[in-house]
Structures are given as C-alpha cells and as structure tokens.
Design a binder for this molecule. Structure first.
Ligand code: FAD
Ligand code: FES
Length: 254
C-alpha cells in the first residue's frame, strides 16, 4: 500500500483519564490515505533529543465521512506525553499507513484487547461489522478506569469485560472470562505479550484460527533498521513493522 508522510491537524484532543487521550486528526491537505485495521502510523515528536525517532501508534479508528483518523495514546514516556499534551489545532506529522493489518474474515470474531492494545480493535470491529459479520469484544484492564471508549466499542459488537480488581465486568484476566468458553470462528488479539501468548495457547487447544498484533520495539517502522525482528516458522527473522505487526499464531515460535 502506498505510504504517505503527511501533516495532520489535531481537531480534538480528548483526555479520557490522566494516562489516556484520544487524538482526532484530519489531514491538512484533506486527503485521507486508505488504511487497513491493524495498521499503524509513525508519529514525529521532534521537540527533544530523546524523541528524534518517530513513535509507532496503532490506527484506533477511521471515519472517512468526517475525514478523521483517531489515535488512542497511553502516556508511557516523553514522546507519548508530548502527544497527549498537544493542544487542539496543533500539527502532527505521520507516516501512514504502516504494517500489514488484520485479516477481514467472514464469521464470528472474538476481538481480545488488553490495556492500550484495545486501540486497533475498534477500527477492526467497525470494518468486520460493516461487512456483515458478528463481532464480540473482550476487553481487559487492571481497573474500571482503564477500560476505554466502551460506548464506541458497543456500537460494533457484543461487549465482554474483565478487570483484575473486579471493578467492572468479570474479575480476573481476559483468559479467565467466561466468554472464552463460547465458540468463535476467529480470535484476533492485541495487548501485552503474556496475554497474547495465553490467548494463543487457548486458541490452539480449541483449534480456533487466531491472529495477534505484536508491539516489538520499533525505530524506523519501514523495515530498514532491523530492530523489530521476530523469528517466524516459515520465513525466519522478519521485521514486525513491515511483515507484521499482525501474525497468525502458527507463524510465531512462542
Ligand atoms: C505497532 C505498534 C503499535 C502501537 N500502538 C500504540 C497505541 O495505539 N497507543 C499507544 O499509546 N502506544 C502504542 N504503542 C506503544 C508506543 O509506541 C510506545 O509506548 C511509545 O513508542 C513509547 O514512546 P515514549 O517516548 O512515550 O516513551 P519512551 O520513553 O521511549 O519509552 C517508555 C516505555 O515504553 C516502552 N517502549 C518504547 N518504545 C516502544 C515500542 N515501540 N513498543 C513498545 N513499547 C515501547 C519503553 O520500553 C519504555 O518502557 C505501539 C507500539 C507498536 C510497536
Ligand atoms: S522498526 Fe526498523 S526494521 Fe522494523
């Protein structure tokens, strides 16, 4: 897919909690690039020596009618902190779109997200639903206040929630949620690696096709620096930024 280096204006920076914000961006030239769910952007945050490398952020949601691209940002350090503090009207430069994206399957998909890993699943759920598929979301977090954008997720599928402290949904990890006992045609997952490995094990045991989106450390984001490699079953070491970030679990040597 053609990649663009483009300036976007922050139309709205919505603070969801002290740690999380949604940035609603519109391309300055009015031309929204075509993107796929699961692809990501590289955000330029050039205001300090520590942030000269762009930061990879998943495409959270695209509204082609409003010409908006959303990023869900968790304040993890200097780069993401600068993003969540950017005021409405300021400009972010993005490389967009990067990576491969999730498969758009026909059937009932369970989309499992943990923490900020829920980000790409909103756009994925929207596209799956628009193609006439049944979608269920299983979203997990430490606590109620870390479960984000629930009103948006519920527009596109059934919602199942897990929190570690039991403040919302079922108490425990997503893999302990009772919906995991239900039958699904596909599982697609993004979150912390231990969570994705546990989900992958369950999917393998139950013979459910499963994709996960890896968040390996990245620098260039375009397959040039080799800092994001993952060892795969059929192709050996591949760049997650280019061949991923989405992989079928049968491709991973977990
Ligand atoms: C494909 C992909 C999609 C991502 N999507 C999102 C998203 O939608 N929303 C979001 O908030 N974050 C996302 N991340 C993580 C985000 O890129 C990192 O949190 C960010 O780069 C940290 O930069 P910083 O300057 O804020 O913090 P730094 O000070 O650079 O680092 C702070 C902490 O974040 C960790 N970190 C740094 N870079 C990465 C990285 N590339 N991947 C994982 N952890 C990292 C560091 O180990 C450190 O512990 C994604 C990462 C990848 C690879
Ligand atoms: S981040 Fe440079 S090759 Fe993947």
């Amino acid at each position: 897919m053609k990649k663009y280096i483009k300036d976007f204006e922050i139309k709205e920076n919505i603070s969801l909690t002290a740690q999380y914000s949604v940035l609603k961006l519109s391309p300055i030239d009015g031309q929204m690039p075509k993107t796929l769910p699961g692809q990501f952007v590289q955000v330029y945050v050039g205001n300090s020596r520590n942030t000269y490398l762009r930061r990879p952020i998943s495409i959270n949601y695209i509204d082609y009618d409003k010409n908006e691209l959303w990023l869900l940002i968790r304040d993890a350090g200097e780069g993401t902190n600068s993003m969540i503090k950017s005021p409405n009207g300021s400009i972010l430069n993005l490389i967009v779109p990067l990576g491969n994206g999730f498969s758009i399957n026909n059937g009932h998909s369970l989309l499992i997200g943990g923490g900020v890993g829920v980000a790409p699943l909103l756009y994925l759920g929207k596209v799956l639903k628009e193609r006439g598929n049944e979608v269920s979301f299983l979203l997990g977090a430490r606590s109620k206040c870390d479960l984000l954008l629930l009103d948006m997720f519920s527009q596109y599928g059934n919602l199942f929630l897990s929190t570690e402290d039991g403040s919302m949904g079922e108490k425990g990890l997503v893999t302990q949620n009772s919906v995991m006992q239900t039958d699904f045609d596909f599982i697609q997952c993004c979150g912390p690696k231990p969570m994705m490995m546990a989900v992958a094990n369950i999917a393998k045991e139950r013979n459910i096709e499963c994709e996960v989106s890896l968040e390996n450390m990245m620098a260039c984001g375009i397959g040039a620096c080799l800092c994001c490699v993952e060892d795969t079953a059929s192709s050996g070491n591949v760049c997650v930024c280019k061949e991923g970030p989405v992989f079928n679990i049968n491709e991973l040597k977990w």
